[in-house]
Design a protein around this ligand. Structure first.
Ligand code: SF4
Length: 281
């Protein structure tokens, strides 16, 4: 029978010492599926890139949990270009939970109709009324409470916790999983975002001190650089650690940075290749 659990061979909190000339740096090195990566350096590179390429959507300028929740509900299965004008008008008309909960259903529906999905048109005002009745007019921070609201998926709950409350939540969807899968050279398929090994890899990379900046960078990177088709590996801030990117550069006849892959001296091993094979069979 296929073994589905993650093995944690050799877990230790010890830091590796990496000699760099006379200096000795303390650096964590994580091995995933036989591939080593320095998570801190990778996070720093991604966040640096993210600050330069930040996409300034209106829902990113706020930590108001109501505004963040509304944006995430609208973004579900909907293109950002479609959401932006609707979100802007919606927030001008209904700037808080009270105004939305008290609004006639038809007024709310007229605004949301352009986004499609009839269940969402019905659900958004119903969620506002439930929050007024059960949570004293606030959006809960707790994951279980958030997931108990109609239409709030695990992803939406994580996004609200991260972007409104600065909670260190990995954002796991098809696009972000693609980056991590390519980085570690993991075989991917449609169900990978539900695979515990991918979840573990996402969690390892997450920047727990700067979850908002990191997750915005990850989303923007998946959209503009690590695209599903034709990823732009040459400009990628993660290239030096990326198995897929390394292969792409070699296939394109491009020079690859020397010593771009660490010699594997892991301080932690997350799982063994055998686990991944059985999970993806
Ligand atoms: S190097 Fe290429 S495949 Fe790897 S993360 Fe960057 S864009 Fe994606």
């Amino acid at each position: 029978m296929a073994r589905r659990s993650i093995s944690s061979r050799g877990r230790t909190e010890a830091k590796a010492s990496i000699a760099t000339g006379k200096k000795v740096l303390k650096q964590e090195v994580v091995e995933i599926n036989g591939h080593c990566i320095e998570p801190k350096a990778a996070r720093d590179a991604l966040v640096r890139w993210g600050r330069k390429h930040f996409r300034p959507f209106p829902w990113r300028n706020t930590k108001d949990s109501y505004a963040v929740l509304m944006a995430e509900l609208m973004l579900h299965r909907t293109q950002v270009a479609q959401v932006t004008p609707v979100y802007t008008r919606f927030m001008a008309r209904f700037p808080d939970l009270e105004s939305l909960a008290a609004a006639p259903k038809r007024r709310v529906a007229n605004l949301l109709r352009k986004l499609g999905l009839q269940w969402r048109i019905d659900l958004i005002p119903a969620t506002a009324r439930a929050l007024m009745a059960d949570f004293n007019g606030t959006v809960p921070r707790d994951k279980v409470a958030l997931c108990g609201l109609g239409g709030v998926s695990d992803y939406i709950a994580s996004a609200v916790r991260c972007f409104a409350f600065d909670e260190p939540e990995p954002l796991i969807d098809t696009n972000t999983v693609r980056i991590v899968g390519r980085l570690f050279g993991l075989p991917m398929k449609d169900s990978s975002r539900r695979n515990p090994i991918f979840k573990q890899a996402m969690s390892e990379l997450l920047d727990r001190k700067r979850p908002r900046a990191y997750n915005y960078a990850l989303l923007d990177h998946a959209h503009t650089v690590c695209r599903k088709r034709d990823p732009d590996c040459e400009v990628c801030p993660l290239l030096r650690w990326c198995v897929f990117g390394h292969g792409t550069m070699v296939a394109r006849g491009k020079a690859v940075q020397k010593n771009s892959f660490l010699k594997c001296r892991p301080t932690r091993r997350i799982f063994e290749t055998a686990d991944l094979k059985t999970e993806n069979e």
